[in-house]
Design a protein around this ligand. Structure first.
Ligand code: 1BN
Ligand code: ZN
Length: 336
């Protein structure tokens, strides 16, 4: 049945969602004054959202990726195993597509998976991204002899993928209103190596899909460090402030204290091609960079399930609360 009236459709959606929520609980959200009622009407309670994300399982995803070795252009076997690993964890729960591209003589592959939302019509459309490649040169190593050795990338590469795979699992089991695209980018970390740039895979994706217009998006990069600190990355703050504000609201709700109020530097990461195309995508990244960054010490012993869990909970909370940005302050209520 088709309902022309948007409010009617919204009302039916809220009713349906509440019916769905009886299977996983329908507790009342703790309120903060700036939060619109509309938000609260469709969201899972923060505790239910917090309980969904399994940080230990995300840490296992890191262990499994680094077991393939560095995921660099010189190691096609490790890259293929990683592509197979990511695809295998998504193929049962989503529609999945590979995007092959060439850039400056290098071959790359992005993975694009889509998880449907609970409603067919008028659903917002969100993007979650992470890079799955790792850096060919550990050029921040203090010892020069090691600076051309490849980075294992437990944090810089595997951690973002790990968060996305665990978020995908939870979205498949507990669908959100929004349609969520998961994008796993290749060739992010080649900047300043042999004349290559950062974020080449995401740039290739944006170039190849000019009609792709999600409402908003989030990139996660370097999110497993035991002393995780996510400051407000500068391009994200300047070009997608409303999405940043939503993310930090979610961080408050989730008591995720790795998210700080400090301004962070500007980072050329996978959000930038989208921002340049006018799509509001933000970068959640450890800033200032941890000591292990681009060194041979980027290993799993510096990662923690708790840090992964903070980021996963915030991303899920953001998705479950998401209403289009231009409707944020619309006072829609289900009260009589
Ligand atoms: C993030 C993780 N980046 C590389 N590894 C992007 C970056 C670009 C970092 C420029 C610093 C400078
Ligand atoms: Zn890097």
């Amino acid at each position: 049945m088709h309902y022309r009236n948007r409010a009617t459709r919204h009302f039916l959606f809220v009713v349906a969602l509440c019916a769905f929520r009886t299977t996983i609980g329908c507790a009342v959200e703790p309120t903060t004054p700036q939060e619109p009622l509309f938000d609260q009407a469709i969201a899972l309670s923060w505790e239910k959202t917090a309980a969904l994300f399994d940080g230990a399982r995300a840490l296992d995803h890191i262990a499994n990726q680094i077991a393939f070795g560095p995921r660099t252009p010189e190691r096609p076997h490790a890259k293929q195993k990683t592509l197979d690993y990511i695809s295998a964890h998504l193929s049962n729960i989503s529609y999945i597509q590979l995007h092959h591209f060439q850039v400056k003589g290098l071959s790359g592959t992005n993975i694009w998976a889509r998880i449907s939302g609970t409603s067919q019509e008028d659903a917002p459309h969100l993007l979650l991204g992470a890079h799955w490649d790792t850096r060919s040169h550990a050029d921040r190593e203090p010892v020069k002899a090691y600076q051309r050795t490849a980075v294992l990338g437990a944090n810089d590469g595997a951690s973002g993928v790990a968060v996305l795979l665990e978020v995908a699992e939870q979205l498949a089991q507990h669908p959100a209103h929004a349609v969520v695209d998961l994008l796993f980018f290749d060739l992010e970390d080649m900047g300043n190596i042999d004349g290559f740039h950062y974020a080449m895979g995401s740039q290739a994706f944006v170039d190849a899909h000019p009609d792709y217009r999600p409402d908003a998006g989030v990139i996660v990069d370097m999110v497993c460090d035991k002393n995780l600190r996510i400051s407000k990355e500068s391009y994200s703050m300047n070009q997608a402030p409303k999405v940043m504000s939503r993310i930090w609201q979610s961080a408050k709700r989730q008591r995720a204290d790795a998210f700080t109020e400090s301004p962070g530097m500007a980072v050329i990461d996978d959000h930038l091609p989208f921002l340049n195309a006018g799509i509001a995508v933000v970068d959640l990244i450890h800033l200032p960079f941890p000591k292990t960054w681009h060194t041979l010490n980027d290993r799993i012993e510096h990662c923690s399930a708790k840090s992964l869990s903070q980021v996963g909970r915030v991303v899920l909370d953001f998705i479950y609360h998401y209403v289009p940005l231009n409707q944020q302050s619309k006072p829609v209520t289900t009260q009589p």
